[in-house]
Design a binder for this molecule. Structure first.
Ligand code: B16
Ligand code: MG
Length: 215
C-alpha cells in the first residue's frame, strides 16, 4: 500500500463544528463591537483559538492586554461548548462514518490531527470515542497549523513516517501544514481548490478509491 495511515482534520472534515465556531466568534465580536463576517471566519479554519482571536482583533481599534485576550478566548470557548451540547451521533454524517469504516476494512490506520482543544469532547458527542487509532490535537501541540506539529505527532502516535500517511483537510492552513511535514494531502471544501492539495475531492467518500488506486 502507498499509504499506511490516514490522518483526519476534525472541524470541517469529520463534522461541521465550523458553524458553531462561527456562531461563537460572532457572538463575542458583537459583544465587543468588532466587525466579523464569514470571509474573516474562513481565515480561522484550522487556526488555534488564540491565533483566531488575533485575526478577529485586527478589526478592533482597542489594544487588548494578554490577560484581556485570554478572557475573551475563554468567553468564546464557553459559548462554543454550550453550542456543542446540541451535538449527538446524528451530527456525524453517514457518508463520513461509512468512509471511515471502509478505510479501516481496507487496512488503514486512522488518526485525528486537529488544532482543537475540544477534540475528545466532540468525538464523544459524535459517538466516536475510542474509534480512532491515534488522536493528536490542540492539547498536545505548541504550534498551530500551518506548522506541521499536529500531523507529525499524529504520525508518530501511529508509528508511521509522514511519507506513509495521507492528511485529509478542509483548510488551506492544514494543507500547508501537511506539505511542511512531508505528507501527501487530500482536500475537500476550501482545500479542494487549493493548488498545493494533492488529491482534490468532491466528497469524503472519494477517499477509498483514491487510496486503493495507490496500492
Ligand atoms: P478550539 P481543526 C480547528 O479545528 C478549527 O478549524 C479552528 O476554527 C479552531 O479555532 C481550532 O480548531 C481550535 O479549536 O477552540 O476548540 O481549541 O480544523 O484543526 O479540526
Ligand atoms: Mg478543519
Amino acid at each position: 500500500m502507498r499509504y499506511k495511515g490516514i490522518i483526519f482534520d476534525l472541524d470541517g472534515v469529520i463534522c461541521h463544528t465550523d458553524q458553531y465556531h462561527y456562531q461563537a466568534w460572532k457572538a463575542l465580536a458583537d459583544q465587543i463591537g468588532v466587525y466579523f463576517d464569514e470571509n474573516i471566519n474562513d481565515r480561522l479554519r484550522g487556526v488555534s483559538r488564540m491565533a483566531s482571536l488575533d485575526i478577529i482583533l485586527e478589526k478592533s481599534e482597542k489594544i487588548y492586554t494578554q490577560e484581556e485576550k485570554e478572557n475573551l478566548a475563554a468567553t468564546k470557548n464557553e459559548i462554543y461548548k454550550k453550542l456543542l451540547q446540541q451535538m449527538t451521533p446524528a451530527d456525524l454524517p453517514s457518508e463520513v462514518k461509512e468512509t471511515l469504516d471502509t478505510l479501516h476494512e481496507q487496512g488503514f490506520q486512522l488518526a485525528i490531527g486537529s488544532s482543537s482543544r475540544n477534540t475528545r469532547m466532540i468525538l464523544e458527542r459524535l459517538g466516536l470515542a475510542g474509534y480512532f487509532d491515534a488522536i493528536s490535537d490542540g492539547t498536545n501541540i505548541t504550534r498551530s497549523k500551518p506548522d506541521p506539529e499536529v500531523f507529525l505527532k499524529a504520525a508518530a502516535f501511529l508509528g508511521f513516517d509522514p511519507k506513509d500517511c495521507l492528511v485529509v483537510e478542509d483548510a488551506e492552513s492544514g494543507i500547508d501544514a501537511a506539505a511542511a511535514g512531508g505528507f501527501d494531502s487530500a482536500g475537500i471544501g476550501t482545500a479542494a481548490s487549493y493548488q498545493k492539495t494533492k488529491w482534490k475531492m468532491n466528497a469524503i467518500s472519494d477517499l477509498p478509491q483514491i487510496v486503493a488506486a495507490q496500492a
